[in-house]
Structure formats: C-alpha cells, structure tokens
Design a protein around this ligand. Structure first.
Ligand code: 5GP
Ligand code: MN
Length: 321
C-alpha cells in the first residue's frame, strides 16, 4: 500500500503536476498533496504545476501558488503526476518528469498503462482525489486539504451521481466532511456557478446542437471564432457536454471544440452501454468508460462521421434492446 510519508523519505524537492486542461479532480488532488506537504513537511521544497489556474477553483487554499510558468530548468528529487493518464498529458511539465530523480503516478483512468517508475492506478476509484485520501495519514489532513480532496471527488462524480461513485467514495467524502469543510460552498462555487458568458456559450451550443442516429447521439460544437467573439477559453467550456448528455433518449453526447484549422478537441459522454474510452483510445485519446476525450483532425463532417461510426458499431453489437 502506497503511503505518501514513505515516498517522501530522503526527498528534498518535489514537483506535483496534473494533466493539461486541468479539471476539478486534477486541481483538487494536486492542491491537496501540495498543502499536506507544506503543512507537515515544511523542509521539502514543493512546487505545484498546472497548465492554467482556473479561477473557478480559486476558493481552495494554495490556489494562488499554482505555477503555470515552465521556463525555469529544474531537477526535482521526486515528480508526482496526479490524474494523468499518459505522459503526453503532462504537457510542458513533461520536462520536469523526464529530469526527475524518481517518478510516481497516481491515477484512476482505465487507459493508463503506468508510465512512471511507481504507479498507483485504480480504475475503480471515483477520482484521483479519492486515491490520494488513501495515501495520506487521515489525522494529519487539515480542513483545507480536505476541501481540495472533496472538490476533486465532487467534480469527477458529478456530485456523487455518476456510476463511478461507490460506497468507498461516500465513506471518504464522509470522513472529509468530518473535517468541517464548507461542502455547500465547494459544490456551489466550483461546480454549479458559471459566469454570465459561460452560460451564454452553453446556451448557444445547445441551441445549435443536432441529433444523429435517431436521437441516440447529440452533437454540439463551438468554433474558434465564437470563442474569440465571447472572449472565452477552454476552461469556460466545462459542463457543456454534461448538459448535452442529459437530453432524453441520448446514448452518447459529443462536444467538439475547435482548437485549430481542422483540429477539434473531442469530449464524449455515455449514458448507456457505449464505452467511450474505447472510441477515444482508437483516436489516440483516452479516459473513462462513460467520459473520455481525444483530439481529432479533419473537417467537422469527417470528425463527426468517424465518431458516429464507432459509436454506432458499439450500439449494433449491443443488439436490439
Ligand atoms: P473531458 O471530456 O472532460 O475533457 O475529459 C473526459 C475524460 O477523458 C477525463 O478523464 C480526461 O482526463 C480524459 N481525456 C480527455 N481528453 C483526453 C485525451 O486527449 N487523451 C487522454 N488520454 N485522455 C483524455
Ligand atoms: Mn480524475
């Protein structure tokens, strides 16, 4: 069983990093480990790296200490990758990973093949935050660290709703709650709350969405020029695919966000039997059975056709319901 305290023996410097386009679980687990080390191992030089510092997570302690600048050349004794399913998803932090004395990865993605020297990968875990809870000394978890972990669990389970939620998830959440965390605020301010512009973009995407395959697939997309018009970035698009997903009759929701000329960031969500991690893994991405992503090239038409084909194949294998 992995214990953080054991892994930190003889470690004088540590880099903690999550995946590109950091989400709630990634940010929560990174800040929890960072805060725990700051509180209990003040002699260790700890840095936490994320691609962007999303203001939606700003209520967490230590959020302003997130580093988004990778220009400094550094060699850390230990590099800890959290919620990162493959090396490339480290983005610019990859150079610190490559240079580090030792590397550890803690993750719950089913597509993770274990790219670090030591790997704690449990696809059954709701979130990386749930796994991080398991490697810390419970009595040393402060309220602030508990808030970061709770946020991570809340985000990856859709507030304890998705099928990855287990009795263990609820038990961990309960123990975190016992630390006196501001659970209502965490859910409201980091999960539900949207800026006015984010809501406008959501509304526009829903309005322009289309149904495919007799309504079994819904597809929504946002163009680069729309994003420029509204002045939004990728972090403002979180939650859109989930709103598409809750359309009655839909098996799979597709959300496409144009990232370049004939380049799309793809988000898939499944309500039923379709394993979207398989679809995304085929196109070079990955994720979970019911939530996955990848990047695809080609015209909108090609991208949608390719995705639809793979989804339809899985639906056909299921046979008539
Ligand atoms: P989202 O659609 O919210 O971006 O991602 C859904 C899930 O799929 C997350 O767990 C995320 O880590 C994973 N994911 C998204 N995009 C990619 C990708 O390009 N490659 C891999 N390996 N995983 C991805
Ligand atoms: Mn996660």
């Amino acid at each position: 069983m992995m214990r953080l305290e054991t892994e930190l023996r003889q470690v004088k410097s540590i880099a903690i990093a999550g995946h590109v386009r950091p989400d709630g679980d990634c940010t929560g687990s990174c800040l929890a480990v960072y805060g725990y080390i700051r509180e209990h191992f003040p002699d260790i030089e700890a840095d936490v790296y994320l691609e962007v510092n999303n203001p939606a997570f700003g209520m967490l302690k230590w959020a302003e200490e997130i580093r988004t600048d990778y220009r400094e050349e550094r060699t850390y004794d230990l590099f800890l990758a959290l919620d990162v399913s493959d090396k490339e998803r480290l983005g610019e932090a990859l150079k610190y990973f490559e240079a580090a004395g030792r590397t550890i990865c803690i993750d719950h993605h089913i597509t993770n093949k274990g790219f670090a020297e030591e790997n704690l990968i449990e696809p059954e875990a709701s979130s990386t935050s749930e796994l991080v809870f398991g490697i810390l000394e419970e009595d040393k978890i402060s309220r602030e660290t508990a808030e970061a972990l709770y946020m991570g669990i809340v985000h990856d389970t859709g507030i304890f709703q998705y099928s990855n939620t287990t009795p263990r998830t609820m038990e961990v959440a309960g123990r975190l709650m016992a630390k006196g965390i501001a659970f209502s605020r965490i859910i409201d301010e980091t999960f539900y709350q949207k800026t006015y512009i984010q809501n406008q973009v959501l509304g526009r995407t829903l309005m322009e969405s289309i149904l495919l395959l007799d309504g079994k697939i819904i597809m929504g997309r946002i163009r680069q020029k729309d994003m420029e018009f509204y002045g939004v970035g990728p972090k403002d698009l979180e939650g859109i695919v989930n709103q598409l997903r809750v359309t009655k009759g839909v098996e799979v929701a597709i959300f496409l966000h144009e990232t370049g000329n004939q380049e799309y960031k793809v988000s898939l969500r499944s309500n039923g039997p379709v394993d979207v991690s398989k679809v995304c893994a085929y196109f070079g991405g990955g994720g979970h059975v019911k939530a996955a992503g990848c990047t695809m090239h080609g015209t909108l038409h090609d991208v949608v056709n390719n995705l639809t084909l793979h989804i339809e194949q899985q639906l056909l294998q299921e046979g008539p319901q």
